[in-house]
Ligand binder design. Structure first.
Ligand SMILES: Nc1ncnc2c1ncn2[C@@H]1O[C@H](COP(=O)(O)OP(=O)(O)OP(=O)(O)O)[C@@H](O)[C@H]1O
Ligand SMILES: Nc1ncnc2c1ncn2[C@@H]1O[C@H](COP(=O)(O)OP(=O)(O)OP(=O)(O)O)[C@@H](O)[C@H]1O
Ligand SMILES: [Mg+2]
Ligand SMILES: [Mg+2]
Lengths: 225, 225
């Protein structure tokens, strides 16, 4: 489903060149549940943004469901993102002037789904925010904002869920509830990739990918928990 | 040092009233190292904002170093914040158009410190960002931004350090380095209050406070690790 070959992503800072991703090779099949781990600054979010068609790269190739992503224009990328991908951002990226409910309805409105309100409300209930749907992001706690971001990614029942540190702001009980939701999604033969620094979450994933300085140092290990 | 008595903080949403803090009583002596734990939405950040003189409350009293905080005007509060308190925000609150170095220098400039640049650089080295000092926040990873926020709070060697989820975006090795820095600060007889949902961090604090629905449910337990 996802095939990265020699992918490079660099940033130029003055005379320096920073390799955020340094010749990354990665094959992910449909229905997998992977954890991406590695030190702060090692390239995890960069990898996720490229897989999620949010960012372009500088060298190498990326095939998603058989299509070469770098041949697609911006409209086509936006369409893939809306149709196939659910993305939970490390910094949430909620729209500040919309309520939690409106933020979660948005991907459904783009798809022209019938009855977006009830679907959005249902997912907000699932993440424990049933009594917060009319709050704006600045009227929510950090973990509540994180859960709105999670709800928004799940509401379209995406084929591929990309979650960048989804439990970073949650207590363990609330985090458990979120992982239950991910398990339910995975049982529907969805593909899930989670960036996490929490060992318990990484250990629940059948496969773990280690990043360090933009390079993948381990990718075949099937962790038998 | 810190004395909260019957503190109440509410938010009005339409006809509903939300008690973010519900009659909170709390005594903290100089030199303590406390963990604040509790579910998402239980009032932890609200409590920290009030202790840190960033937010006003609706009932009760708060005495900081013997002074009644609600009698102080905005200028006096700003002065206390700059002189005595270092605050690490759950959402970092970095200035986007300044570099990491400039963000960390800012509290020193307010104090009129001599040689702010070298002090700011030293703390950025301490948090592992020596090679990122000229990056702007949008040129940094999530955990790097978190570390800039940490450096900014530590650079003034504050009497009271308030840290709201300081390791939420950090891998365990980098998180360990940050906790080492906190230990060093604490050995200088500084008072540290950390909001965290990570059990290992909470267990290292001699005292733990549990919040639930805006109420303190436990505050005397000295956790013998
Ligand atoms: N401006 C506001 N208007 C209405 N409700 C608010 C506002 N700010 C916060 N709240 C509510 O107050 C409660 C406490 O918020 P707070 O940010 O202190 O929680 P928290 O314990 O820090 O949570 P987390 O662990 O998720 O960061 C939450 O339920 C939140 O929805
Ligand atoms: N716009 C940019 N300009 C320069 N360098 C950048 C830019 N964006 C990211 N970087 C650098 O690229 C590297 C990888 O960033 P990335 O966000 O992928 O790390 P990460 O593994 O997600 O880290 P974290 O665990 O802290 O979130 C970092 O060292 C960062 O400083
Ligand atoms: Mg990241
Ligand atoms: Mg909070």
């Amino acid at each position: 489903l996802i095939k990265l070959k020699d992918v490079v992503k660099t940033y130029r800072m003055g005379s320096r060149e920073i390799f955020a991703l340094d010749h990354v090779n990665l094959d992910i099949e449909s229905g997998e549940y992977l954890a991406v781990v590695g030190p702060s600054g090692s390239g995890k979010s960069t990898l996720m943004n490229i897989i999620g068609c949010l960012d372009r790269f500088d060298a190498g190739t990326y095939r998603l469901a058989g299509e070469n992503v770098d041949t697609l224009n911006d409209n086509e990328l936006a369409r893939i993102r809306n149709r196939k991908i659910g993305f939970i951002f490390q910094t949430f990226n909620l729209l500040p002037r919309m309520t939690a409910l409106e933020n979660v309805k948005l991907p459904l409105l783009y798809r022209g789904t019938s009855n977006p309100r009830s679907q959005a409300e249902a997912v907000l209930e699932d993440v424990g925010l049933g009594d917060r749907i009319d709050h704006h992001p600045n009227e929510l706690s950090g973990g509540q904002r994180q859960r709105v971001a999670i709800a928004r990614a799940l509401v379209t029942d995406p084929q591929v869920l990309l979650a960048d540190e989804p439990t970073g702001n949650l207590d363990s009980a609330t985090g458990e509830e979120i992982l239950e939701l991910f398990n339910r999604l995975h049982s529907n033969e969805r593909t899930i990739i989670v960036v996490t620094h929490e060992k318990e979450l990484a250990q629940r994933c059948p496969r773990q990918i280690n990043l360090r300085d933009g390079k993948i140092t381990q990718t075949e290990a099937r962790v038998d928990a």
